[in-house]
Design a protein around this ligand. Structure first.
Ligand SMILES: Cc1cc2nc3c(=O)[nH]c(=O)nc-3n(C[C@H](O)[C@H](O)[C@H](O)COP(=O)(O)O)c2cc1C
Length: 152
Protein backbone atom coordinates (compact mmCIF):
# COMPACT_ATOMS: atom_id res chain seq x y z
CA UNK A 1 0.00 0.00 0.00
CA UNK A 2 1.01 3.64 -0.43
CA UNK A 3 1.09 5.85 2.60
CA UNK A 4 2.22 9.18 3.96
CA UNK A 5 4.11 9.86 7.18
CA UNK A 6 3.56 13.49 8.16
CA UNK A 7 5.59 15.01 10.97
CA UNK A 8 6.80 18.29 12.38
CA UNK A 9 10.07 18.71 14.20
CA UNK A 10 11.89 21.68 15.66
CA UNK A 11 15.13 20.05 16.81
CA UNK A 12 15.04 16.88 14.74
CA UNK A 13 13.84 14.38 17.34
CA UNK A 14 10.37 13.83 15.94
CA UNK A 15 11.93 13.73 12.47
CA UNK A 16 14.17 10.84 13.55
CA UNK A 17 11.12 9.02 14.89
CA UNK A 18 9.23 9.69 11.62
CA UNK A 19 12.15 8.35 9.58
CA UNK A 20 12.35 5.18 11.68
CA UNK A 21 8.59 4.63 11.47
CA UNK A 22 8.77 5.11 7.67
CA UNK A 23 11.64 2.61 7.48
CA UNK A 24 9.59 0.03 9.39
CA UNK A 25 6.67 0.54 7.01
CA UNK A 26 8.97 0.13 4.01
CA UNK A 27 10.52 -3.01 5.47
CA UNK A 28 7.03 -4.51 5.64
CA UNK A 29 6.43 -3.82 1.96
CA UNK A 30 4.78 -0.41 1.85
CA UNK A 31 5.63 2.66 -0.18
CA UNK A 32 6.00 5.72 2.02
CA UNK A 33 6.39 9.47 1.47
CA UNK A 34 7.77 11.47 4.36
CA UNK A 35 6.20 14.92 4.57
CA UNK A 36 7.22 17.82 6.80
CA UNK A 37 3.98 19.43 8.00
CA UNK A 38 5.89 22.69 8.33
CA UNK A 39 6.53 22.79 4.58
CA UNK A 40 2.79 23.23 3.97
CA UNK A 41 3.21 21.40 0.69
CA UNK A 42 0.24 19.61 -0.77
CA UNK A 43 0.48 15.84 -0.62
CA UNK A 44 1.65 14.31 -3.88
CA UNK A 45 -0.21 11.07 -3.46
CA UNK A 46 -3.62 10.28 -2.10
CA UNK A 47 -2.56 7.82 0.57
CA UNK A 48 -4.02 4.41 1.36
CA UNK A 49 -2.94 5.07 4.94
CA UNK A 50 -1.76 8.04 6.99
CA UNK A 51 0.65 8.41 9.90
CA UNK A 52 0.93 11.73 11.70
CA UNK A 53 3.45 12.67 14.37
CA UNK A 54 4.33 15.75 16.39
CA UNK A 55 6.45 17.00 19.26
CA UNK A 56 4.37 17.72 22.35
CA UNK A 57 3.79 21.39 23.10
CA UNK A 58 2.09 22.05 26.43
CA UNK A 59 0.45 18.66 26.20
CA UNK A 60 -0.73 19.17 22.64
CA UNK A 61 0.37 18.74 19.02
CA UNK A 62 2.45 21.50 17.39
CA UNK A 63 0.71 24.18 15.30
CA UNK A 64 1.83 22.99 11.85
CA UNK A 65 0.47 19.50 12.54
CA UNK A 66 -2.83 20.89 13.74
CA UNK A 67 -3.01 22.96 10.53
CA UNK A 68 -2.17 19.94 8.40
CA UNK A 69 -4.95 17.91 9.96
CA UNK A 70 -7.44 20.73 9.52
CA UNK A 71 -6.53 21.64 5.95
CA UNK A 72 -5.00 18.60 4.31
CA UNK A 73 -7.11 15.72 5.62
CA UNK A 74 -10.24 15.91 3.52
CA UNK A 75 -13.59 14.27 4.19
CA UNK A 76 -12.72 11.83 1.41
CA UNK A 77 -10.24 10.12 3.72
CA UNK A 78 -12.98 8.91 6.03
CA UNK A 79 -12.45 5.23 6.75
CA UNK A 80 -8.76 5.24 5.83
CA UNK A 81 -6.36 3.61 8.29
CA UNK A 82 -4.17 5.88 10.41
CA UNK A 83 -1.74 5.84 13.31
CA UNK A 84 -0.37 8.65 15.48
CA UNK A 85 3.01 9.21 17.12
CA UNK A 86 4.58 11.89 19.25
CA UNK A 87 7.71 12.94 21.07
CA UNK A 88 7.82 14.48 24.51
CA UNK A 89 9.97 14.76 27.60
CA UNK A 90 10.67 11.35 29.09
CA UNK A 91 9.89 12.78 32.53
CA UNK A 92 6.39 13.71 31.30
CA UNK A 93 5.90 10.32 29.63
CA UNK A 94 6.76 8.57 32.88
CA UNK A 95 4.02 10.53 34.62
CA UNK A 96 1.57 9.79 31.78
CA UNK A 97 1.14 13.49 31.11
CA UNK A 98 -0.71 14.47 27.92
CA UNK A 99 1.26 13.84 24.72
CA UNK A 100 0.78 15.11 21.17
CA UNK A 101 0.22 11.54 19.97
CA UNK A 102 -3.03 11.27 21.95
CA UNK A 103 -4.41 14.51 20.51
CA UNK A 104 -3.56 13.45 16.96
CA UNK A 105 -5.16 10.04 17.52
CA UNK A 106 -8.37 11.59 18.83
CA UNK A 107 -8.50 14.25 16.09
CA UNK A 108 -8.11 11.76 13.23
CA UNK A 109 -10.53 9.31 14.80
CA UNK A 110 -13.08 12.12 15.16
CA UNK A 111 -12.67 12.76 11.40
CA UNK A 112 -13.69 9.20 10.67
CA UNK A 113 -10.29 7.66 9.97
CA UNK A 114 -9.70 4.21 11.44
CA UNK A 115 -6.90 3.55 13.96
CA UNK A 116 -4.48 0.76 12.97
CA UNK A 117 -2.54 0.86 16.25
CA UNK A 118 -2.48 2.68 19.60
CA UNK A 119 -0.62 6.01 19.60
CA UNK A 120 3.17 5.63 19.83
CA UNK A 121 5.22 7.89 22.11
CA UNK A 122 8.97 8.43 22.13
CA UNK A 123 10.86 10.27 24.85
CA UNK A 124 13.49 12.98 24.72
CA UNK A 125 15.95 13.39 27.58
CA UNK A 126 15.82 17.18 27.40
CA UNK A 127 13.83 19.73 25.38
CA UNK A 128 16.21 19.59 22.38
CA UNK A 129 16.94 15.89 22.71
CA UNK A 130 18.49 13.50 22.37
CA UNK A 131 15.93 10.74 22.04
CA UNK A 132 15.90 8.30 24.92
CA UNK A 133 18.17 5.36 24.20
CA UNK A 134 16.31 2.63 22.36
CA UNK A 135 13.41 4.79 21.23
CA UNK A 136 14.56 4.96 17.61
CA UNK A 137 14.48 1.17 17.56
CA UNK A 138 11.03 1.20 19.22
CA UNK A 139 9.90 3.58 16.47
CA UNK A 140 11.19 1.18 13.82
CA UNK A 141 9.28 -1.66 15.52
CA UNK A 142 6.15 0.49 15.65
CA UNK A 143 6.48 1.11 11.90
CA UNK A 144 6.81 -2.63 11.29
CA UNK A 145 3.82 -3.43 13.49
CA UNK A 146 1.66 -0.89 11.66
CA UNK A 147 2.96 -2.21 8.34
CA UNK A 148 2.09 -5.78 9.29
CA UNK A 149 -1.37 -4.74 10.51
CA UNK A 150 -2.02 -3.00 7.19
CA UNK A 151 -1.25 -6.19 5.31
CA UNK A 152 -0.65 -6.17 1.58
C1 LIG B 1 7.07 25.47 24.17
C2 LIG B 1 7.33 24.02 24.48
C3 LIG B 1 6.42 23.31 25.25
C4 LIG B 1 6.63 21.97 25.56
N1 LIG B 1 5.70 21.29 26.29
C5 LIG B 1 5.88 19.96 26.53
C6 LIG B 1 4.90 19.22 27.24
O1 LIG B 1 3.86 19.71 27.66
N2 LIG B 1 5.12 17.89 27.45
C7 LIG B 1 6.25 17.26 27.01
O2 LIG B 1 6.40 16.06 27.21
N3 LIG B 1 7.20 17.94 26.32
C8 LIG B 1 7.04 19.28 26.08
N4 LIG B 1 8.00 19.97 25.38
C9 LIG B 1 9.21 19.25 24.90
C10 LIG B 1 9.03 18.86 23.44
O3 LIG B 1 8.06 17.86 23.32
C11 LIG B 1 10.35 18.40 22.83
O4 LIG B 1 11.18 19.55 22.75
C12 LIG B 1 10.13 17.80 21.46
O5 LIG B 1 9.40 16.60 21.55
C13 LIG B 1 11.44 17.55 20.74
O6 LIG B 1 11.12 17.14 19.43
P1 LIG B 1 11.66 17.94 18.17
O7 LIG B 1 13.15 17.93 18.24
O8 LIG B 1 11.18 17.12 17.00
O9 LIG B 1 11.05 19.30 18.15
C14 LIG B 1 7.80 21.32 25.08
C15 LIG B 1 8.72 22.04 24.29
C16 LIG B 1 8.50 23.37 23.98
C17 LIG B 1 9.51 24.10 23.14
Amino acid sequence: MKGVVVYYSRWGNCKQVAESVAKGLEETGHEVSLVDAGSQKALEVEPDFLLVGSPTRIGKMAGPVKKFIKKAVPDAWEGKPFAAFGTGLQSALEKSEPNAADGIHLALEAMGLKPIAPAFKAGVVEMKGPLVEGDRERALEFGKEVGAALGG
